[in-house]
Design a protein around this ligand. Sequence first.
Ligand SMILES: [Zn+2]
Length: 178
Amino acid sequence: MKYFQLLIEILTVYKNSRKTGRVECHNNDEFEYSMRLIKRFDLKYISYVKKSKDNKKIIYIYFSKNEKIVQKLYYYHHDPTASLVHDFRDLNEIIGKLYKYPTCCINIFINNQKEVIQDNDNAILLKTLHNSKSKIFNICMNRFSKYTPIFHLPHSFDCKKSIKIGKNNLRPQEIHGL
Ligand SMILES: [Zn+2]
């Protein structure tokens, strides 16, 4: 179960650490848990159900205090007309900017179209490792932890902008004593 991850992803939007977010729910319990929080925090949201490669149901929920941002996210992620108007690079650049991901990290994403389309995060993380110079990484970058305060794939494990985002995203949890 990844309830704590869902909690911090939703709490960071509620506490204004970031403007918008997306959670990925792999079962009804995770979906109901997320929806309870989103409704309690009075966030605007749109959900979308997708079948994964192994035919399992994944429910995405996009949320923000701003309804227009939620609608834009939904449009660029799922509306077939968006992918007719924009190519892969444009589309992912727009989406990355809506989430306020650092440009350096958006670039690793759009420069690895094949891996992104295959949904192969591990292949991208290998490139992230290749781009990393340090041997000791900031705790925000620990992808083996039960939760991570960075919700995008960093271009490098040393990425200063990502570490700053991670520290900022951790703040609401500290306030709440989690
Ligand atoms: Zn970066």
